[in-house]
Design a protein around this ligand. Structure first.
Ligand code: NAD
Ligand code: USQ
Length: 395
């Protein structure tokens, strides 16, 4: 297949591009390098030494003999460029990773909130409008988030996107209807993913586009079998308080001798998936597109759920790291249960890689190897969810 990977220079996008190329697909990456610029803005760098994209692509050709194409493109700002790319390349599938993905970054200030909404909503809408205008029959595979659901209600299993509700008709009879699971985002970033859902639903209904929305949990790990083939292919490892995600942060913190930063009581339960499973899920979704004329196909892309304090205890038991319960900078439920259906991808053949010692060791090893690149100052998460309101209340 011909596959356009939007955001293919990022943490999930780069290993996905390699995995699709390795599977024999023709791959072109589009990226505007905003993520690399945000590193500069935040004064931080990936723990792993990532190469420039042209070096990555040359290395892939050298190691495997396979070509990956590239176009520098801002899909949120350059609609004409996106349209021209679709018209020239005529992909069978477009994978859409090209959004600002960090919740803490999205909450830093009104400037960051506005950037996240402008970038993410425009990116998704431009893609939908351009697919329609180009007439390209491409299946869109979007990376959404488990966070659209609001992380669950005790005892209730979160379904894959849709909920059947019963409503009373005019003569009192119960009428069943399937609706999108009610959106309940926990940050401006997560909110953009709930807005994306409506955009997809509308274009699938009106223009009969084929869309798969993968509601992904927190991705952990760093390398895949492809990125491990050469140092120039190494994947990024975000550890800082804005972009670092919880399990990778705990593993990195243990390696640099920093206490594990549990927010609040650590009673938050979240869904997780290893990066190697991420790339497989995306390939499986692409290779089995939904029928035209149906609804948005939604899969919960996660393999297991864990409570944050249990993860900290596990990492501490493996590494001996101290655990620090710090004030939670976020406005989120201190404790929650999370039960999630993930049959869609299991039925397509996903074989879950769960949190096993060897996979944890691999991340700890990488963190040890690059410990000198870590700036300890950048570890604490300083983006406050209620900063503005607190200021207004005390003013
Ligand atoms: P990332 O920030 O590492 O990668 C995103 C890439 O998209 C970057 O290379 C960035 O430069 C590019 N990009 C952003 N806006 C763009 C634009 N307007 N035009 C062109 N390129 C643009 O993020 P990631 O961790 O790889 O996440 C990829 C997607 O997966 C995101 O949409 C995210 O919401 C979703 N996701 C990620 C995780 C996770 O744990 N990392 C979990 C669930 C869902
Ligand atoms: N947390 C800690 N200590 C830390 C970092 C985080 O206790 O040092 C807590 C947070 O308060 C939160 C939980 O861990 O309760 C998860 O935080 P996270 O930063 O690992 O994940 P999140 O902000 O939800 O975002 C990440 C990705 C995002 C993706 C989402 C999937 O950055 O792109 O959409 O995971 S999900 O969480 O399933 O919605």
């Amino acid at each position: 297949m011909r596959i356009l990977v939007l955001g293919g220079d990022g943490f999930c996008g780069w290993p996905t591009a390699l995995h699709l190329s390795e599977a024999g697909h023709d791959v072109v990456i589009a990226d505007n390098f905003s993520r690399r610029r945000i590193d500069e803005e935040l004064g931080v760098q990936s723990l792993t030494p990532i190469s420039p994209l042209d070096v990555r692509i040359d290395a892939w050709r050298e190691v495997t003999g396979r070509e990956i194409g590239f176009v520098e493109l801002d899909i949120a700002q350059d609609y004409d460029g996106l349209l021209a790319t679709l018209e020239d390349y005529r992909p069978d599938a477009v994978v859409h990773f090209a959004e600002q993905r960090a919740a803490p970054y999205s909450m830093k200030s009104s400037k960051h909130k506005r950037y996240t909404v402008d970038n993410n909503v425009n990116a998704t809408h431009n893609l939908l409008a351009a697919v329609v205008e180009s007439g390209v029959e491409a299946h869109i595979v979007h990376l959404g988030t488990m966070g659209v659901y609001g992380y669950g209600t005790a005892g209730v299993q979160i379904p894959e996107g849709y909920l059947t509700v019963g409503m009373r008709g005019s003569d009192g009879e119960l009428i069943e209807q399937e609706i999108l699971y009610p959106a309940n985002p926990g940050s401006v970033y997560h909110m953009t993913k709930t807005l994306d859902q409506l955009l997809f639903a509308y274009y699938v209904k009106n223009d009969k586009l084929r869309v798969t929305d993968l509601h992904q949990g927190i991705v952990w790990g760093t390398q895949t079998t492809d990125t491990a083939k050469d140092i120039r292919l190494i994947n990024r490892f975000d550890y800082d308080g804005d972009y670092g995600t919880v399990l990778n942060r705990f593993l990195m913190e243990s390696a640099v001798g920093h206490p594990l930063t549990v927010h609040g009581t650590g009673g938050q339960t979240r869904a997780f998936i290893h990066i190697q499973n991420t790339v497989q899920c995306i390939r499986m979704a692409i290779e089995t597109p939904p029928e035209k004329g149906g609804r948005v196909r939604i899969f919960n892309q996660m393999t297991e759920t864990h409570r944050v304090r249990d993860l900290a205890k596990l990492v501490s038991s493996v590494t001996g790291a101290e655990i620090a319960f710090v004030d939670n900078p976020r406005n989120e439920a201190p404790e929650n249960e999370l039960l999630v259906a993930n049959d869609g991808l299991l039925n397509l053949g996903l074989s879950p890689l769960t949190l096993e010692q060897n996979l944890l060791d691999e991340v700890i090893e990488i963190a040890h190897k690059y410990v000198d690149r870590c700036d300890l100052e950048r570890i604490p998460s300083r983006s406050l969810w209620l900063q503005q309101r607190e200021h207004a209340e005390t003013a």
